[in-house]
Ligand binder design. Structure first.
Ligand code: FES
Length: 131
């Protein structure tokens, strides 16, 4: 299901905007002209991932060498600090650990987010009538 979540300009660059799609909390992140959508629920223990800190990614090739890669935004969960690549959903410390991301399209300056059929099961506890 594709959902129009609003005009691009309603999502400030460099910030996380938290929206709710049905019962799913999603962080819409605009970063350097691109827009991403990430689950608001942390993979670790269900913390409020999108209320964490958004930044570029620190990288280095040797001790003492550190650069900030602005092309690769990272979000850090406020509960225990797990960091995830916003583009891929992969945890910085282990790409096998992931948070859910959703495809985003920009059409006529509107942000369209694709929430797949399996997303409800993956992100939310089932209601009594769904079990
Ligand atoms: S719940 Fe997010 S890092 Fe622990």
């Amino acid at each position: 299901m594709t959902t129009d979540v609003g005009p691009v300009e309603s999502f400030p660059d460099g910030q996380v905007s938290i929206i709710t799609l049905g019962r799913i909390e999603v962080g819409i992140i605009r970063w350097s002209g691109k827009v991403y959508a990430v689950s608001g629920i942390c993979t670790h223990q269900g913390g409020p991932l999108c209320r964490g800190v958004l930044s570029g990614r620190l990288a280095g090739t040797a001790p003492g060498d550190m650069t900030l890669e602005d092309a690769a935004p990272v979000i850090a969960c406020p509960w225990h600090g797990w960091e995830f690549d916003v583009c891929t959903g992969e945890a910085i410390w282990d790409p096998a650990v992931r948070v859910r991301t959703f495809p985003v399209k920009i059409v006529a300056d509107r942000v369209l987010v694709e929430i797949g059929a399996g997303s409800r099961r993956w992100l939310a506890s089932p209601r009594a009538d769904e079990t």
